[in-house]
Write a protein of this length. Structure first.
Length: 367
């Protein structure tokens, strides 16, 4: 009995040793790699460019102050709509002391001059009635009277302009009015702010910015590698992130003839007329992306671009004999356009052909 147990133990030991060596040997043997198998299929391809930019009104006007002074009243706030000629603000003129003194002095001198001329005219009028002086002398006296009266009126108007910003009898010159119809985007001044009129030396203080929000443009910049594929009239899809990625139609209408360098690349400005429904409240300056279709193909043979091997001399794929892709044949092909994922196959393959792709990545099961 003991001998039988001994032999059983020896057999089990031998079997364990053989099994261990067999297991270790099998672990050392190389396993065949598994590959992705891709099929040549027909698809619609399109190549497009994504341009980042913003949406802004086509017509945006800065309304400037036409005279210097202090903002006395503001009639409009940002967001309100205005018509042409509608009041936006009123400016109170603060006279400069030297100009005021000169204007007042001019009025006094004009009054004295007129008083003197009136006395001369009264005397000449009496002498002319008595035929003491000639008609010519009397006409000269009348002309001087008219000149003195006009000088006094001009002096008073000048004084009124210095004091009030308007001539005597006129109204509204201190009122800043809208020059276009649209929406008030910004009013950068407040009541009490000092403003400067537009002149040769400065642009003047901006009272308000007005824009026609019914006519919007997309303005962005595109890389030089894509700008040559664009032309006026191309369709654009606008995606506005601030409006939950809403899409709007646009039409390319401007491509800058001159580029600007940005981070080592030449960028060209483009503009597209956007079609915005009246129900959408769009704000000036919203960031947007424009998707422009550069090229498209309909129902062409395509293959995953990752399976295409490109060398300086040739372009080829590994044509698989079956779905395991263990046996492959290098096959030369010709390609067309690409959308970045799939590439057009113009020759070398047929619909339904199997092509070896990348090695499969085996993900271990979760514990």
């Amino acid at each position: 009995m003991k001998r039988v147990i001994k032999w059983i133990f020896v057999c089990l030991l031998i079997i364990g040793v053989v099994a261990t060596f067999a297991f270790l040997w099998s672990r050392q043997q190389p396993k065949p790699e598994q590959y992705e198998v891709l099929r040549v299929e027909r698809r619609d391809l399109s190549s497009h460019a994504i341009v980042t930019g913003k949406v802004e009104p086509r017509d945006e006007v800065a309304v400037k102050a036409q005279l210097s002074g202090i903002i006395a009243e503001l009639y409009k706030e940002p967001g309100q709509r205005v018509k042409v000629g509608e009041p936006i603000a009123r400016i109170k003129v603060v006279p400069e002391m030297t100009q005021l003194a000169n204007a007042e002095s001019r009025v006094r001198l004009a009054e004295h001059s007129l008083k003197n001329v009136q006395q001369v005219y009264a005397r000449d009028s009496a002498l002319f009635a008595q035929n003491v002086i000639s008609r010519e002398e009397f006409d000269n006296s009348s002309l001087k009277l008219l000149q003195a009266q006009e000088e006094l009126k001009a002096a008073k108007d000048n004084l009124s302009i210095v004091q009030e910003g308007v001539t005597a009898g006129e109204k509204g010159n201190t009122i800043v009015r809208a020059t276009i119809a649209g929406m008030v985007l910004d009013v950068p001044v407040k009541v009490g702010n000092t403003v400067i009129n537009a002149n040769t030396y400065n642009d003047g203080t901006t009272i308000a910015t007005i824009a026609d929000m019914s006519d919007m443009l997309f303005v962005g910049k595109i890389d030089e590698t894509d700008v040559g594929k664009l032309h006026e009239g191309m369709k654009m899809d606008l995606i506005v992130g601030a409006l939950n990625d809403q899409r709007f139609e646009a039409r390319l209408e401007y491509i800058s003839p001159k580029g600007t360098e940005s981070n080592g690349a030449m960028m060209f400005e483009i503009k597209g007329a956007a079609t915005i429904p009246d129900t959408v409240k769009l704000r000036s300056g919203y960031s947007a992306n424009a998707q422009i279709i550069l090229e498209s193909r309909t129902q062409v043979l395509t293959l995953d671009e990752a399976a295409v091997h490109i060398t300086p001399d040739s372009t080829y794929v590994l044509l698989a004999a079956d779905s395991t892709a263990q046996e492959v044949t290098p096959t030369l092909i010709e390609t067309g356009m690409s959308d970045g994922i799939y590439i057009e196959i113009t020759s070398g393959l047929s619909e339904g052909d199997l092509v070896r792709g990348n090695t499969k990545t085996i993900v271990p099961p979760a514990r």
